[in-house]
Design a protein around this ligand. Structure first.
Ligand SMILES: NC(=O)c1ccc[n+]([C@@H]2O[C@H](COP(=O)([O-])OP(=O)(O)OC[C@H]3O[C@@H](n4cnc5c(N)ncnc54)[C@H](O)[C@@H]3O)[C@@H](O)[C@H]2O)c1
Length: 252
């Protein structure tokens, strides 16, 4: 039991990697808060965990809304008394559009979900972590947060911002018992494609060359195992960094 009695908040936990993390963290003894904009699906994940003997609650959260983040953490404290682990996992794709085709609405929406939410949830849990002198944050960035064309310009910029925020937060609070790291997954078999509405053909054409280098796509569970490690005390010396999990896609 690597997370015995730890309280873990996971955003975007109704599907894909977040769901795999919720299930795995619960198996390892964590009390899991399954947070997602899709209330019913979040409830299903929590029910699955409980049916397997674990502890979980579902909390409807639109991570793009500050009041929802406040509620998520406040409700967690009411239910479980504290927060030990925050996984900022919720995220959406762009449509592979290059700079010239960006619409303000898309930029703002994607940054709100992928980036601003990470800042707000981190800001909200920090007083709890600082008081305990202990806490772990795991951000789900992307290979797109480290390299230039794993997605369109908005997604790429939004995840680069998460990487910078992760490093800054890790360093700033390194002497306060708090760790903050990010995961940079390559291609993973999830439902994220459903957040794409109309793919930009020019952008898709440019990205294609790099896609051919991807050795394989991963399973959500393969990312969940890395998240578990980073969230656990086994990763006590790992802070302010980004760990790729991409079958060597970015190694070329
Ligand atoms: N799938 C990949 O290939 C890949 C690669 C690198 C990084 N990522 C990142 O992994 C993370 C998880 O994505 P996934 O691939 O598991 O996708 P997914 O679509 O299967 O799961 C994402 C979850 O986030 C939720 N969500 C979306 N918008 C939300 C909002 N505003 N508020 C709360 N919840 C919201 C969705 O309802 C969904 O349950 C994302 O941050 C994504 O950018 C994915």
């Amino acid at each position: 039991m690597r997370l015995q009695d730890k309280v873990a908040v996971i955003t975007g936990a109704a599907s894909g990697m977040g769901k795999a993390m919720a299930i795995l963290f619960a198996k390892e003894g964590a009390k899991v808060v399954v947070s997602d904009i899709h209330e019913e699906a979040a409830g299903q994940t929590a029910a699955e965990i409980k049916a397997a003997g674990g502890t979980a609650i579902a909390v409807k959260t639109n991570v793009a809304v500050e009041a929802d983040i406040q509620h998520l953490i406040d409700h967690t404290v009411t239910e479980f008394g504290t927060v030990d682990i925050l996984v900022n996992n919720a995220g959406i794709m762009d449509n592979f559009e290059p700079a010239g085709d960006i619409q303000d609405e898309s930029w703002e929406r994607i940054f709100a979900v992928n980036t601003t939410s990470v800042m707000r949830a981190t800001r909200k849990v920090l007083p709890i972590f600082l008081e305990k002198k202990k806490g772990v944050i795991v951000n789900v960035a992307s290979a797109g947060g480290l390299y230039g064309a794993r997605a369109g310009a908005i997604y790429t910029a939004s995840k680069h911002a998460v990487v910078g925020f992760t490093k800054n937060t890790g360093f700033m609070y390194a002497k306060e018992g708090i760790r903050c790291n990010a995961i940079a997954p390559g291609g993973v078999e999830t439902n994220i494609g459903s957040s794409m509405t109309r793919i930009n053909e020019f952008g898709m054409g440019r990205i294609q060359a790099g896609l051919a280098l991807n050795p394989r796509n991963g399973k959500p569970e393969e990312i969940a195992r890395l998240a578990l490690f980073l969230a656990s005390d086994e990763a006590s010396f790992i802070n302010g960094t980004v760990v790729t999990a991409d079958a060597a896609w970015t190694a070329y």
